[in-house]
Design a protein around this ligand. Structure first.
Ligand code: SAM
Length: 245
């Protein structure tokens, strides 16, 4: 999968894309990054990429021409149109389902805004607008890294153990079950004995129950979208009884 990033601050990407899972995925040829400086595509000799807003007001707005020219270059050099995604706090909220869906694209082009954002006409050039949360950051670079990290986990081969992404939180709209590792006792806190039992079916059922319990306690909003299997209905009833005691 190819990620092309359009930014005014390419250096922000150097270290985060050269560590850990992403680094290994690049080395294995599973993902590839092209980072383009929008300023290189500015049309005037001063390489201007921003200007004051029409109608007045504070700050600067990113101009459409350099962005449009960079997008044309990306499409032309790739030989086909990638999916163009604009990072913006006004976009659709990013979630695990979106990460999975976007991972099916062979080529994603992420456009990072800065200043007061981009000229509104840029919206007509892109395929999607995505926000990573209801808060305003200074630029689209951190959101782009959030997307890259979450999406890459769904690219086959990127995670060493494919099961890791199958059980993770938000799959089926449930949080993941609690995880423990050695030691089995820390101060007075013990690892649940079922996890040391070696009984795989009991462990599976315990994890399912704990995932449901955790979700009810921490993120009851997710339960509205969770479709319980027959086994889960009994678990939900029991958990609700336990919680009301
Ligand atoms: N004036 C804009 C507004 O109120 O909607 C905010 C501009 S913000 C300071 C600059 C850039 O940061 C945006 O163009 C966008 O690319 C990025 N950005 C900021 N917050 C974001 C978020 N929550 N999700 C995605 N991108 C964000």
């Amino acid at each position: 999968m190819i990620f092309t990033i359009l930014t005014l601050f390419p250096n922000l990407f150097s270290s985060p894309l050269q560590e850990s899972i992403i680094k290994r995925a690049v080395e294995k040829g599973l993902i590839e990054f092209n980072i383009l400086n929008i300023r290189d595509f500015a049309v005037d000799i001063h390489r201007t990429c921003d200007d004051s807003p029409y109608g007045g007001g504070p700050g600067m707005v990113m101009k459409i021409e350099p962005i449009s020219r960079t997008m044309e270059y990306v499409e032309h050099s790739a030989g086909r149109r990638p999916k163009f995604v604009l990072l913006t706090p006004q976009g659709r909220l990013f979630d695990q389902g979106t990460a999975e869906r976007l991972a099916r694209n062979p080529h994603l082009c992420l456009i990072c805004g800065r200043y007061e954002g981009v000229d509104e006409r840029v919206l007509t050039l892109v395929d999607e607008e995505i926000s990573i949360g209801d808060y305003v950051l200074s630029g689209g670079e951190v959101p782009a890294l959030v997307l890259i990290d979450a999406i890459s986990r769904h690219v086959p081969g990127v995670l060493g153990n494919e099961q890791s992404s199958i059980d993770e939180s938000f799959k089926e709209h449930l949080l993941e079950y609690p995880q423990y590792t050695r030691p089995d006792v820390f101060e007075d806190m013990e690892v649940p004995s079922v996890l040391l039992s070696g009984n795989h079916e009991e462990i599976r059922r315990w994890r399912r129950r704990e995932a449901i319990k955790k979700t009810i306690l921490k993120r009851p909003d997710l339960m509205e979208r969770f479709v319980p299997a027959r086994e889960d209905q009994g678990i939900i009833k029991k958990v609700m009884e336990e919680l009301s005691e």
